[in-house]
Design a protein around this ligand. Structure first.
Ligand code: BTN
Length: 323
């Protein structure tokens, strides 16, 4: 962390109380003038820090800015090993994290960005990623598992994200198979998991779990192409303060917790319970048409069992469905 981030961490820790420049200088083992410079820099970045006579500085409210210090505060000790890399604008957090992974970044490295210029979704689609209204993050995993079990990580991440959104915003969530998170009938989050394989032994080298959440509806609404389907997890006037930092921490914690207990399938009850359209009529998308079917259920490998109109059944390992 930079000196500025460490000053911010102390202000956040003080939780709305004033903390003196002297105390911060002693704790961080830097000069008072260095503390002052950090405070000025933070104010310039938009943090509402007020000087209180004879008491020091107080952080008035956590701004909506993504910050390592704020995310760390919510992550807590158990996840202090995570490396957090926060960027302004990137093409795609998945792509940035892939570069770090190729350079040897360790498991638990997380890339977050304010906005993405080339946010990617499943099936080569674009993921709309404007500044300030969304959360865009990618988590690096280095699993030792069968390639056929990769789906579990995606499903577990969907359950983790849905639960995190619900815990932080109070908005009820559901999962559209395989891994889209829905709230109030609209898609509020998507997950793109990308793997890199080692050619030498055919094993998984690393896995990137890219998660995008529409936190707020953009001013002027979503673009026309996604207007009908896309939604946000909270309303502008009811949004918890510092939501993107809190939500990022909550998602990281839950994804890593489910990942670490993957052999026990701890995510499975939640994933299954949140699954949309079970027992209902759906359409299974094939290359050139949509085939009507009934969604029969989810099996213990997170595959979807469907029954077609002619009575035949199929187990779908991956794919796309709609109603
Ligand atoms: C989908 O809905 O099809 C998946 C969307 C995944 C979007 C996230 S945002 C962070 C990460 N970076 C990307 O380019 N994509 C994922």
């Amino acid at each position: 962390m930079t000196g500025k981030d460490r000053v911010l961490a102390l202000l956040l820790e003080a939780d709305g109380e004033a903390i003196s420049g002297q105390e911060m200088a002693e704790k961080l083992q830097i000069s008072r003038s260095a503390v002052w410079k950090s405070v000025k820099a933070l104010q310039k970045e938009g943090y509402r820090i007020q000087g209180v006579t004879n008491k020091g500085y107080v952080l008035l409210s956590e701004s909506e800015k993504l910050s390592e210090a704020a995310i760390r505060k919510y992550l807590g000790k158990k996840y202090e090993d995570c490396r957090l890399c926060i960027y302004g604008e990137v093409a795609s957090t998945n792509r940035t994290l892939r570069e770090l992974a190729d350079e040897g970044a360790k498991e638990g490295t997380v890339v977050l960005a304010k906005c993405q210029t080339e946010g990617r979704g499943r099936r080569g689609r674009e993921f709309y990623s404007p500044a300030d209204t969304g959360l865009y993050m990618s988590i690096l995993l280095r699993p030792q598992m069968e390639i056929s079990d990769l789906m579990m990580v995606t499903a577990a991440s969907a359950a983790a994200t849905a639960e995190a959104v619900e815990a932080i915003t109070g908005t009820e969530t559901a999962i559209k198979w395989v891994n889209d998170v829905y709230a109030k009938g609209k898609k509020v989050s998507g997950i793109l998991t990308e793997a890199s394989f080692s050619l030498e032994n055919g094993s998984i080298d690393f896995l990137i779990v890219g998660i995008g959440v529409n936190v707020l509806e953009p001013e002027g609404g979503f673009p026309e192409s996604i207007q009908e389907k896309a939604g946000a997890v909270c309303q502008r006037d009811q949004c918890p303060e510092g939501i993107r930092n809190v939500l990022a921490a909550e998602i990281i914690k839950r994804v890593l917790s489910y990942y670490r207990t993957l052999p026990e399938r701890t995510f499975y009850p939640s994933y299954k319970e949140k699954m949309l359209w079970m027992g209902e009529k759906i359409f299974v998308h094939t290359a050139d048409k949509k085939k009507p079917a009934i969604a029969v259920g989810i099996d213990d490998r997170c595959s979807l069992r469907v029954r077609y109109e002619d009575g035949t059944e199929e187990i779908l390992r991956t794919g796309e469905i709609s109603v």
